[in-house]
Design a binder for this molecule. Structure first.
Ligand code: NOJ
Length: 552
């Protein structure tokens, strides 16, 4: 039995080995029954998350926002959107989590604001050349009448990254940059006013007791001087490639300044970069000792279900992050990606990552295969030293929801690509708690901002709790063992002499063996502490991972 987890007995570098559970507030629990999750709902369900055995929670944005990109379009960084609740409830959430021994990380969205932010509204009103416009990226258009965008940059969500405004007198005006949706204008980080704004935002939340920040689009804040065209002569750039708007050296100055602010609050506050920068040796620049503490390991998330690929990304991760004295993180799912259970059971298992899966997608997941692969992938991940991120609902083995009708979809990606990319709604469907309650316990009214499929009833938390073979109990077992054996701060060595189809390593006294092939393999002697699926005649079948206690 582990001692009850309290913050008092958690070390200041807790983040080095923490398991961090992502709550997506819209879809976690809905206290007022309006169909959108909220802070009251989260507070009421926090004990279930503490009970899972995680160390911390990362909350996706709950700030005031028109919700054009599900809250990643912030109109007031120091207030709570009424759809989620009040500032007083946010404070209660932080103290309740702390009382349960859970740290709280909040999302910081510094690359862009909402078009409804008072500064953007002031910029629209003020006109070209004004200090108000200088807080964003306004430019005159090209062409005879300024009718062409200032350069060839494209929005991550599809379509051009520039929109032209209409002047108050009805004539066409300047263009502004939005690397994401047109409702998300990019800030001008060359302007010291933006630095001051975010200094204040950091302090506002640190003063309220948050333990850290997940920094959205951390690689995007600074744009190359002169805003040159992106070189597309060799086709679309590889994911994570440097560009005039990604991974400019100037971003690191921002994080060095923020690190100083965090350190003023004590050495237990942390930041995690969402920086799609490859290779990982470049991503590791974001976690040098005077910058952030962690970066999401998107190399790991992007790995195919291939033992050689996984072995190599694990090596690369430990080397790159270890090289700058940071822990590696590990992550399989989040609110932007097809849930890993489904992703690993499509052609993605061997090809590129899908941009959503929908009713007309050519490849649909094989649910049975996904069930086993999803569990095996998690058991591999949680055996690794470092910090791991979980996305709400993966502990229930929730699949990606594919059959969302077009008129219920919400992700701007879907609309900006005319439905060509289904986008991210499929992983954001409100999660089930009790099979027999309205909306499977998401609320008391039955309303749900995205429709829940019937299978969510079978997978509801109450259906799995206490059921030994369930995915929920597998997660509980793995998390308990990871904590009791100290695997997060353990050490790592490959185990020799295993077949090519395996990923087999030792972390302290535990052998973690994943079989990604089809032929069952012989296991080393030792107690089997956990297995993601049943053994067959004492052998480890394909798509299964086992944890075995071996002699040190
Ligand atoms: C990354 C976030 O995870 C995603 O959900 C959001 O749409 C973009 N950044 C823009 O803020």
């Amino acid at each position: 039995m582990l001692p009850a987890k309290t913050l008092a007995n958690s070390p200041s570098d807790w983040w080095r080995h923490a398991v961090i559970y992502q709550i997506y507030p819209r879809s976690f629990a809905d206290g007022n029954g309006d169909g959108v999750g909220d802070l009251a709902g989260i507070i009421s369900r926090l004990p279930a998350i503490a009970d899972l055995g995680v160390d911390a929670i990362w909350l996706s944005p709950f700030y005031r926002s028109p919700q054009k990109d599900a809250g990643y379009d912030v109109s007031d960084y120091c207030d709570i959107d009424p759809v989620f609740g009040t500032l007083a409830e946010a404070e209660t959430l932080i103290t309740t989590a702390h009382d349960l021994g859970l740290r709280i990380i909040v999302d910081l969205v510094p690359n862009h604001s909402s078009e409804q932010h008072e500064w953007f509204q002031a910029a629209l009103a003020a006109g070209p050349g004004s200090p108000e416009r200088a807080r964003y990226m306004f430019r005159d258009g090209l062409g005879e009448n300024g009718e062409l965008p200032p350069n060839n940059w494209e929005s991550v969500f599809g379509g051009p990254a520039w929109s032209r405004i209409t002047n108050p007198d009805g004539t066409p005006g300047q263009w502004y940059l939005h690397i994401f949706d047109q409702s998300q204008p990019d800030f001008n980080w060359e302007n010291p006013e933006i630095w001051s704004l975010f200094d204040g935002v950091l302090r506002f939340w640190l003063d309220r007791g948050v333990d850290g920040f997940r920094v959205d689009v951390a690689h995007g804040l600074i744009k190359e001087a002169g805003l040159p065209d992106r070189d597309l002569s060799n086709g679309p750039p590889a994911p994570g490639a440097r560009s005039p708007f990604w991974d400019q050296d100037g971003v690191h100055e921002v994080y060095r300044a923020w690190r100083k602010i965090l350190d003023e609050y004590g050495d237990d506050r942390m930041m995690c970069a969402e920086a799609w920068v490859m290779p990982l040796s470049k991503m590791a620049h974001y976690v040098r000792s005077d910058e952030m503490h962690q970066a999401f390991n998107f190399g790991y998330l992007s790995a195919t279900w291939d033992p050689a690929v996984l072995r190599s990304v694990i090596d690369e991760s430990l080397e790159a992050f270890g090289g700058v004295g940071a822990p590696s993180t590990w992550v399989l799912s989040n609110h932007d990606e097809v849930r890993h259970r489904s992703r690993l059971a499509t052609k993605f298992a061997s090809e590129g990552k899908p941009m959503g899966i929908g009713p007309n997608s050519e490849h649909k997941p094989d649910e049975e295969l996904g069930h086993w692969r999803g569990r095996a992938a998690t058991a591999l991940m949680l055996g690794l030293p470092g910090s791991a991120y979980l996305f709400q609902g993966e502990e229930l083995g929730l699949p990606e929801v594919i059959d969302i009708p077009d008129d219920r979809r919400d992700d701007p990606t879907f609309f900006r690509t005319n439905g060509e990319r289904y986008g991210r709604d499929g992983c954001r469907v409100p999660i089930p708690w009790e099979a027999d309650k309205p909306a499977f316990g998401f609320n008391n009214s039955g309303a749900s901002w995205l429709p829940q499929p019937a299978v969510f009833g079978e997978l509801a938390r109450d259906q799995q709790s206490g059921v030994e073979s369930s995915t929920l109990e597998l997660y509980r077992t793995l998390l308990r063992l990871r904590a009791s054996q100290g695997l997060g701060s353990g050490d790592f060595a490959w185990l020799p002499d295993f077949p090519e189809a395996t990923v087999a390593f030792r972390n302290l006294g535990i052998a973690v063996i994943g079989n990604l092939g089809t032929a069952p393999i012989t296991l080393p002697a030792g107690d089997i502490l956990a297995s993601s699926g049943p053994l067959v005649d004492g052998h480890l079948p394909g798509d299964t991972t086992a944890w075995i206690k071996i002699a040190n």
